[in-house]
Design a protein around this ligand. Structure first.
Ligand SMILES: NC(=O)c1ccc[n+]([C@@H]2O[C@H](COP(=O)([O-])OP(=O)(O)OC[C@H]3O[C@@H](n4cnc5c(N)ncnc54)[C@H](O)[C@@H]3O)[C@@H](O)[C@H]2O)c1
Length: 358
């Protein structure tokens, strides 16, 4: 048997990875305890995703397990042993706002949970390719020190700056800036993943992602910006924009494009590698621009309120430079720009609307 393990298998990233790898003919073992419902409330629960995966993906085996449960994680990895050829680690507390309320829970899930998993891999399947879903929040608010231009609908890094054309690369420093508690727990995980590659020789890669989205995202106010914004636009719910007059820019990567990036790493792994990963300029959007596109796609006004309060550590401008990843994985490409992403999200939430409003 050739299998892969996906932690956080019920989440946006994990569930698309499950489907993609199962479609390539691999058995997929999933770990997820639906802790997302504990973080963001029942409306953000990923239980429906677990039910769908179990019903629809023949090669899927689910384990309802906390990633921090050392004995449980070792039991699962021991059971599958060297047949596990790849481990995709997507289980996490994913919100920087949430982390401030429960720093110990955040750190234990994101940092300690990652360490538990790495040790279990080293013990039971040391030849597996390990892919960790990291975040651009490891760079803290350092991107906010870039020289910015305020345009009519968005911020842009200054036109003469080297990041303007392709975005931010991996050479950005991670020190001397504010990360948020979440950023720190993810830095710890990211560095530990790199270290298990460099120190122990495991085949580890950390992908520092910008915003990720897709139809399987249970968008919540504290996590899943584009999915939540579209949800509010379609369901005609109030939406508040925090800070920067809504001109802050994020790039957005479709979770299926990320699943193909995992596959690319699986085909060409290395040890202790780290890459920025994201949607790039074509899939970048400011909140103002996203609101305007939603109004056009729904054919309705989407009145939003603006709060002067900024979220701590929030990025003003982030576009990902994926040149280093593409150089090592030349077959990988993105298939979604902002128009396609938003059209798909509006369609998804329009289909879900009768159930949610009913
Ligand atoms: N969505 C984004 O915009 C984004 C951006 C950058 C990085 N990331 C990273 O991608 C990864 C996946 O994020 P996502 O968007 O799929 O989030 P998600 O919340 O949809 O998925 C995470 C899954 O992990 C599970 N989980 C949480 N704690 C657990 C625990 N202790 N034990 C077992 N399972 C647990 C949750 O129940 C959830 O199903 C995270 O590491 C996140 O930091 C996400």
């Amino acid at each position: 048997m050739s299998a892969i393990l996906v932690t956080g298998s019920a989440g946006l990233v994990g569930s698309d990875a499950v489907r993609f790898f199962a479609a390539q003919g691999l058995d997929v073992v999933g770990i997820d305890n639906d802790m997302r419902a504990q973080f963001f409330g029942q409306s953000a629960s990923n239980m429906p995703n677990i039910a769908r995966l179990t019903a629809e993906v023949e090669r899927y085996i689910h384990h309802d397990l906390d990633i921090r449960d050392r004995a449980g994680v070792h039991r699962v990895l021991k059971r599958y042993g060297p047949s596990l050829r790849c481990v995709i680690h997507a289980a996490a507390q994913p919100s920087h706002d949430w982390a401030a309320g429960e720093p110990e829970t955040d750190f234990s899930v994101n940092a300690t949970g990652t360490l538990v998993l790495l040790e279990a891999v080293r013990t039971h399947c040391p030849d597996a390719v390990v892919i960790h879903v990291s975040t651009n929040k490891v760079y803290g608010d350092r991107p906010n020190r870039l020289p910015m231009e305020a345009l009519a609908s968005r911020y842009e890094v200054a036109s003469e700056h080297r990041y303007r054309a392709r975005g931010i690369d991996e050479d950005m420093l991670i020190d001397h800036c504010m990360h948020s508690l979440f950023g720190v727990s993810k830095v710890a995980a990211d560095m530990m993943v790199q270290e298990y590659g460099r120190y122990f020789g495991l085949q580890t890669t950390s992908l520092r992602c910008g915003c990720i989205t897709g139809p399987h995202h249970a968008g919540a106010q504290l996590h899943g910006f584009l999915s939540y914004l579209v949800q509010c636009a379609v369901l005609e719910r109030p939406y508040t924009v925090f800070g920067y007059e809504g001109k802050q820019v994020r790039d957005n990567l479709h979770s299926s494009d990320l699943a193909r990036a995992f596959w690319a790493v699986f085909q060409n792994p290395g040890s202790g590698r780290v890459y920025n990963m994201g949607g790039g300029r074509e899939a970048s959007v400011s909140i103002r621009e996203a609101v305007a596109i939603c109004e056009r796609l729904t054919g309705r006004p989407f009145p939003v309120s603006y709060s002067g309060a900024q979220r701590k550590g929030d990025h003003i401008w982030w576009i990902t430079d994926t040149a280093r990843f593409e150089a090592d994985h030349p077959d990988w490409f993105r298939s979604y720009d902002r128009e396609r992403l938003l059209t798909e999200l509006v369609q998804t939430w329009t289909e879900l609307a009768p159930r949610m409003l009913g």
